[in-house]
Design a protein. Structure first.
Length: 389
């Protein structure tokens, strides 16, 4: 049985297998799963692009099609990023497994278990939220159509399709087929978001756990009341403990840098797409009266906000954990240890002044502070688009 079949990482493995991006998946299974995903996603994008090209003179239809096209665009970017960084993803997972093997008999194992359990809890909630949004988004027209057939009303209801193609296809004739195709396609879109983002959560939680282990070990360093400034190196327990902490710290920094480089380009393009998509959807809400359309747009916007909020809060957690290292070193019993041990602490303290952070395109730091900036920019674009309507 694979290490990642345990309860902590089983959902990560399952979702990445569905989209054919699990690094340890066999080539045949990976090819089959990825081919199914690409076939549904490419036909969905093809239909939407066809509808967009044929509706260029109609600004209203363009407003309807552009947000969903932008969402599909950042899904494609996520997939391309997975293909381009598959070796980095595999290396990150190997680092995680290696850390568990090294620490499984040490006290730090409890810290890894705590953070892995927290990671699992975050992933389960993220999956429930996004698959709920998928159901709301896709099933709303069908549900409202059934309600109208049951309720005693003279009003007629024409169920709207998931995206605008009625000007190029007979949606009444192919409605059931198109709905089934759309239902499965949106499932894959949501699964791509869940799989990639949950992998990011797994890795971020792991590096946060490593920082917590370093903090735990530094706090346990004990000196003596009678301080020997230059003891025999073989008898200097604090020195050897600090050496182990520094090795683990270097490993955590390497892991964090690898994680940031794997997602930098993907996050940058994703942020741009989400800002414009949110602005278009918000502007569209001001001009529609159909309840099912309002629910679908609201569900799509909530999904995008949840997506960016999750990435920002997870990145903020890494930033906070790496920043805490300065406080830990300041508060340890540095005055009770040898001179050589103090020199090690000084060099380590100099490195902690540069916190670990996830950057989008090496231009934008993913954090809760910048999450609010994204919302402000979206509001600005929303104002501009509504003025053009």
């Amino acid at each position: 049985m694979s290490f990642y079949d345990n309860r902590y990482y089983h959902f990560n493995k399952s979702t990445l297998c569905i989209i054919g991006q699990w690094p340890f998946q066999s080539r045949l299974k990976k090819t089959i799963m990825f081919s199914i995903l690409v076939s549904f996603l490419s036909t969905l994008i093809g239909l939407q692009l066809w509808g967009l090209i044929m509706a260029i003179p109609d600004f209203g239809i363009v407003m309807d099609v552009v947000p969903s096209m932008l969402i599909n665009n950042f899904i494609v970017i996520k997939l391309i990023n997975c293909l381009c960084t598959k070796y980095k993803m595999k290396q990150l997972l190997e680092y995680v497994e290696e850390a568990w093997k090294i620490m499984h008999t040490r006290p730090e194992c409890k810290i890894l278990e705590l953070y892995a359990e927290e990671s699992r809890s975050l992933i389960v909630r993220y999956m429930v939220a996004f698959y709920s949004i998928w159901i709301f988004y896709c099933a709303t027209p069908i549900a409202i159509s059934k309600i109208y057939t049951i309720l005693p009303t003279n009003k007629t209801y024409t169920p709207r399709f998931l995206y605008r193609v009625e000007h190029v296809l007979d949606t009444d004739k192919y409605y059931n087929l198109l709905m089934l195709h759309g239902f499965i396609s949106v499932f894959y879109i949501v699964t791509v978001v869940i799989a990639v983002d949950c992998f990011f959560v797994l890795c971020t939680q792991h590096v946060c756990a490593l920082f917590k282990c370093i903090k735990y070990n530094v706090e346990r360093i004990q000196g003596s009341d009678f301080v020997l400034l230059k003891p025999n190196i073989a008898d200097d327990e604090a020195y050897h403990a600090l050496i182990d902490c520094i090795k683990l710290y270097k490993h955590a920094l390497k892991f964090a840098d690898l994680l940031s480089s794997a997602f930098a380009t993907c996050f940058f393009i994703t942020l741009g797409n989400v800002v414009i998509s949110l602005s278009f959807d918000a502007a569209k809400l001001t001009s529609i009266n159909s309840m099912d359309e309002v629910i679908r747009i609201f569900a799509a916007n909530m999904g995008q906000l949840l997506h960016i909020y999750s990435l920002s809060s997870t990145s903020q957690r890494l930033l906070d954990h790496s920043t805490e290292m300065q406080e830990v070193i300041y508060n340890c019993n540095w005055y009770k240890i040898s001179l050589r041990s103090r020199h090690l602490l000084q060099f380590t303290l100099m490195r902690t002044t540069k916190p670990c952070q996830i950057e989008a395109g090496k231009m934008f730091v993913m954090s809760m502070e910048n999450f609010s900036s994204i919302l402000k920019v979206s509001v600005s674009y929303f104002t501009m688009i509504t003025s053009l309507q």
